[in-house]
Design a binder for this molecule. Structure first.
Ligand SMILES: N[C@@H](CCC(=O)N[C@@H](CS)C(=O)NCC(=O)O)C(=O)O
Length: 307
């Protein structure tokens, strides 16, 4: 268990589906730890230092927050088959943020009348912004138009003799785009089928992605076991984490920092900087339940501020 991939997630989380897909493409088995989808998350935050989003990956006493750094770490440890080609990260960022906006709008606009006050309050506390269901409901038609326009690009790509978003094999670009189709399909199956009914190559690609996802292999694991694994382990060697000597914010290893994401600035994760590389920010922290852990965040989208 010490070297196993532990995925803290829940099954209807679209950002977790990205990681589950990458693991499936690579044929890797993992331990599934199901966490709540609203706060509190008492068996997650001791590991992360307060980061509450899902997914989180844990390997021993190393904890990876955000799907981008999770997928980068999986690629580093298990390079074959290759799923990441350099600038795929740009597609991933765009799909998480820009493409995700119409997807979320269509879904929550469509189910606006059934969303609970507890869920709304939880998401407003997380983002610090109103969760504007009435606005989303009103904007369904233009958001559907955005979704169809983006899908039109994909239809054209798949018409060019390549089966996948970025070439001959499924990889990060497919995973990133598919997040949106997976989420819309899980929440509004008939709506998605109708929206894409004249885009047969996109529909065929979603079916092929679904088939890959079905090959996943995991073991259900209690939260207590994940906590015990962290407690028994030491963080792994940091030799591969090369601190950016030209870091424009002037950070140095050992500095006390707060780390926060630009889409969740209220949650500040405190620790001592291990390294701020071009790819990631890694901090060391301790918690009585999990002992010493290293917590990894992507560099893009996150800030480490000296305290
Ligand atoms: N940038 C993050 C976004 C993750 C995210 O927003 N996840 C959703 C679930 S799919 C979430 O955490 N929602 C709040 C919650 O579950 O508490 C990533 O790529 O992992």
């Amino acid at each position: 268990m010490a070297n196993d991939i532990i995925l803290h997630h829940y099954f209807n989380s679209p950002f977790s589906e990205k990681v589950r897909l990458q693991l499936a493409i690579k044929g890797l088995s993992w331990a599934s730890v199901v966490q709540p989808d609203v706060m509190p998350k008492p068996d997650l935050t001791p590991l992360t230092g307060g980061y509450r989003r899902i997914p989180v990956m844990q390997i021993g006493a190393d904890v990876f927050c955000d799907s981008a750094v999770i997928m980068a770490e999986i690629e580093r440890r298990h390079p074959s088959p290759k799923t990441v080609h350099g600038v795929d990260w740009a597609a991933n960022w765009w799909a998480d943020r820009t493409f995700f906006t119409p997807t979320v709008g269509i879904i929550f606009g469509s189910i606006a009348d059934t969303v609970t006050p507890e869920f709304i309050a939880d998401r407003e506390a997380m983002t610090g912004r109103p969760f504007d269901l009435a606005g989303m409901k009103a904007a369904i038609p233009p958001m559907k138009a955005q979704f169809r326009a983006i899908s039109g690009w994909l239809e054209t790509q798949l018409s060019g003799g390549k089966d996948w978003v970025a070439g001959d094999a499924p990889g990060l670009a497919d995973i990133a785009w598919y997040l949106n189709y997976w989420f819309l399909n899980s929440a509004q199956r008939a709506l998605m089928a109708d929206l894409l009914s004249d885009l047969p190559r996109v529909l065929d690609w979603t079916a092929r992605m679904r088939a890959i996802a079905k090959t996943r292999s995991f073991t259900e694991t209690p939260t207590a076991e994940a906590i015990a694994v962290a407690k028994a382990a030491e963080p792994e060697s940091t030799a591969h984490l090369v601190h950016d000597a030209k870091d424009p914010t002037g950070l140095s290893p050992g500095a006390k920092v707060d780390v926060f994401g630009d889409d969740n600035p209220g949650d500040r994760i405190a620790g001592a900087l291990v390294a701020a590389t071009l790819e990631r920010i890694v901090i060391a922290r301790e918690d009585p339940r999990v002992g010493k852990v290293h917590v990894h965040f992507p560099r893009v989208g996150f800030t480490a501020a000296p305290v």
